[in-house]
Design a binder for this molecule. Sequence first.
Ligand code: NAD
Length: 270
Amino acid sequence: MSYSPYLLKGQKALITGASSGLGEASARCLAKAGAAVVINYHSEQKAAEKIVHDITADGGEAIAIAANVAREEDVKALFAETLQTFGTIDILVNNAGLQKDASFVDMTLKDWNLVIGVNLTGQFLCAREAAKEFLRRGVKPDVSCAAGKIICMSSVHEVIPWAGHVNYAASKGGIDMMMKSMAQELAPQKIRINSIAPGAIETQINTSAWSTPEAKANLLQLIPSGRVGIPGDIGRAVVWLASDDSDYVNGTTLFVDGGMTLYPGFAKGG
Ligand code: NAD
């Protein structure tokens, strides 16, 4: 897929958890659309540096910065370095996330706190720093008609309950209300905040769900479109939500799920 390199020209984007999967695809797509990108990574430094290398070799602008998004001091340092390098920030993709699954009665407080800490608190901490910079700088009409854009990576599990993954589903349900409340509060200042809810996309987070023929066949039962998603499906949606093409879209969740939220079990029953 190719974009006009002018779509996001002059814009600076920070993508959390961008050393793999959907964050990597988002960063690569944003860079293709002309944005300078910050590849935030947690521990996969080599992978992050490879993405920076690829983007710069292609004529784009990218840097990699390590930070644990669940730690306030890390997030503050991440934004300080971003602003020092690029001067400002126009787009935040709140993508970093993880799973730590267990049956409900076996779920430890540690595993609950880990998932809520990264998936929900991490998005809060990053969104707050981004919003402060958007408010400080305001709209620059030659760059974008918004003062800033935040895209929260949610999941179909913000609406579909998920047994054995109570911490994960709770984190994504929390993102929905956090995103909407932030959008309501900041819309008057021309800040747009939306979520993307991916269905099943082939990444390392869910390898066991698609990597064997049997697992894949089971998964496809849940996807009316008849294919598992690829990271580029999400990267392209990120570019659209980050661009002025979606200027009238605010406080909503874009489901990119091949119809997973259409309750496919009801196609032949109910
Ligand atoms: P992934 O494991 O490839 O990506 C997650 C990234 O987050 C990794 O790069 C990881 O290093 C990073 N990360 C984890 N903890 C971090 C921390 N404390 N600080 C900074 N970074 C951290 O998996 P993915 O599928 O690309 O997941 C990306 C996002 O998409 C997650 O929020 C996930 O919940 C969401 N999602 C994925 C799917 C899917 O089917 N793949 C579906 C719905 C939602």
